[in-house]
Design a protein around this ligand. Structure first.
Ligand code: SAM
Length: 279
């Protein structure tokens, strides 16, 4: 085994998920490139593997990537691991693979756990066609842009989220995409594992009362088919009825959006254009 980069998936919780081939690859590689060498050491110790590690993480990836590639070119084999799951999937690794592939180095997959795939496989949502959306940005502008881009997405969407950002993400989904089915897959392969099938409004209610804990994958239903929407009431017609009942414009738009399962912002925008002129 020489002169190759092995991209090795590691457990997302349950150590029993490290495959025999992954163990063998880690044991036989000349060195290991780990996102966090302390996490790497714990994994290696658990399997009685002694191996030199180098750190390869988000902020040293450029310089380290070149160094690692040079060592591989000189004949060493490297196993790339991250803190959990499959390297390069919302994790460092993509660039290293790109550098190595660009230099003609053979890159070998040692597949295994991946939180997105695990959640999708147990979600019970359509998974013939689906898309991975990773983390929503914390930057306001790119977050808004991301949400706008997925507004009409029909495929099932898979997101990663940290517990302290979950509520805001659910709120933004609800505001932009309307109420929809969602599967909240939490702490997969760990003691408190849970796959909760709910709607966005139910999830909001639960997590407004009880702060979320653990790591989450969100499997979100795609936009309903246009055909389904056409059979529904016109949102402006319903807004008009609600206005007549004495609701304010924003409250009427909000209620109409909720009842028709449409994005609140876009119904409000349409209502503003339509009804503020009439007044
Ligand atoms: N590369 C990893 C993979 O293949 O799954 C993902 C790394 S990403 C930095 C970490 C995110 O994955 C977490 O914030 C969470 O959304 C998700 N995740 C990781 N482990 C998980 C688990 N056991 N249960 C649920 N989600 C998990």
């Amino acid at each position: 085994m020489a002169g190759k980069l092995y991209v090795v998936a590691t457990p997302i919780g349950n150590l029993g998920d490290l495959s025999p081939r992954a163990q063998q690859t880690l044991a036989q590689a000349d060195f290991i490139a780990a996102e966090d060498t302390r996490v790497g050491a714990k994994l290696l110790n658990a399997f009685g593997i002694k191996k030199p590690q180098v750190s390869y993480f988000e902020h040293n990836r450029r310089a380290k990537g070149e160094q690692i590639a040079r060592r591989i070119e000189a004949g060493e084999s490297c196993a790339l691991i991250t803190d959990a799951g499959t390297p390069a999937i919302s994790d460092p690794g993509c660039d290293l693979v790109e550098i190595c592939a660009g230099r003609g180095i053979e890159v070998v997959a040692v597949p295994g756990p991946c939180a997105a795939i695990a959640a999708l496989s147990i979600g019970g949502m359509p998974c013939g066609r689906w898309c991975f959306e990773g983390f929503l940005s914390v930057n306001k502008k790119s977050r808004r842009q991301h949400l706008e881009e997925i507004r009409e997405e029909k495929r099932t969407m898979v997101f990663y989220e940290a517990p302290h950002k979950l509520l805001r993400t659910l709120e933004d989904f609800y505001e932009t995409l309307g109420d929809r089915p969602i599967v909240l897959a939490r702490e997969l392969t760990k003691i408190h594992e849970e796959a909760w099938r709910a709607t966005l409004s139910q999830a909001l209610e639960r997590y407004r009362q009880t702060p979320p804990r653990g790591e989450f994958v969100l499997v979100l239903a795609g936009a309903p088919d246009q055909g389904e929407k056409e059979t529904e009431q016109d949102p402006m017609e319903l807004t008009a009825e609600l206005l007549e009942q004495g609701l304010s414009l924003s409250e009427a738009a909000k209620q109409a959006a909720r009842q028709l399962n449409l994005p609140k912002n876009s119904v409000y925008r349409q209502a503003l254009e339509r009804f503020s002129e009439e007044k």
